[in-house]
Design a protein around this ligand. Structure first.
Ligand code: PLP
Length: 226
């Protein structure tokens, strides 16, 4: 077994155990293998170990890998999305996790209409208001929610966050719980389910699963340090 296969196996068992602790079903959680900086051969090892969801944070890097890999991989766009990349990102990725402003959402909606697409998107929340990070603040998202819901080409299916870096994963728990509560609140206001929560990375994905993550984005714990 390759290192990648062994790491994936270990992570999937940790996700299963976290689901058990939280009384959740394992199939509620999608593991996204974050392949940024790693070459297509390493992604192929993950594919061979059964991994189907992969995440990239740069268009150019994804564009060079996607043609080299099986078409059954589902690519998730998790990085900051610049307007001038939207037209190319939409057709290549099955989900965009990083819609970080109303303006970007409106623009993506226009491009999606041009292309005849209904992309699945998540709204990125910067709930610690860290100036170094993109995303809606809690108040911004609450204030702009109706307008976001009016964007007829976007399938807004949930929220995503990258919480402040912490030394102990337990310290991330309140951030994850806050995102879950916000999801409930927005879902009630929309009278529609908001099924997805993309939260948890290599250092804290077990806590994120306990707090309700439906998508965990794990890179270094699978492929090694970057
Ligand atoms: C790189 C990255 C990850 C994965 O981080 P690891 O700590 O390597 O697991 C997750 N989410 C986003 C948005 C990233 O950019």
């Amino acid at each position: 077994m390759s290192d990648v296969a062994a790491n994936l196996f270990a992570i999937r068992s940790k996700i299963r155990a976290a689901c058990l602790r939280a009384g959740r079903q394992e199939n509620e959680v999608t593991l996204i293998a974050v392949t940024k900086t790693f070459p297509a051969e390493r992604v192929r090892e993950a594919f061979d170990a059964g991994q189907r969801d992969v995440g990239e944070n740069r268009l150019q890097e994804a564009e060079s890998k996607i043609p080299l890999l099986p078409a059954s991989l589902r690519w998730h766009y998790i990085g900051q999305l610049q307007r001038n990349k939207v037209r190319k990102v939409l057709p290549l990725f099955s989900m965009i996790h990083s819609i970080d402003s109303l303006r970007l959402a409106q623009y993506t909606n226009e491009v999606a209409r041009d292309l005849g697409l209904f992309p699945q998107v998540l709204l990125q929340v910067n709930h610690a208001d860290e100036s170094s990070k993109a995303g809606f603040s809690l108040d911004e998202l609450r204030a702009q929610w109706q307008e976001l819901l009016g964007l007829d080409r976007l399938e807004i299916t949930g929220l995503m966050t990258v919480p402040p870096a912490v030394d102990d994963p337990e310290k991330a728990r309140p951030w994850f719980a806050t995102l879950r509560d916000l999801r409930e609140e927005l879902s009630l206001r929309a009278h529609a389910p908001l099924p997805y929560l993309s939260m948890g990375m290599s250092g804290d994905f077990e806590v994120a699963v306990e707090e309700g993550a439906t998508h965990v984005r794990v890179g270094s714990a699978i492929f090694g340090s970057r």
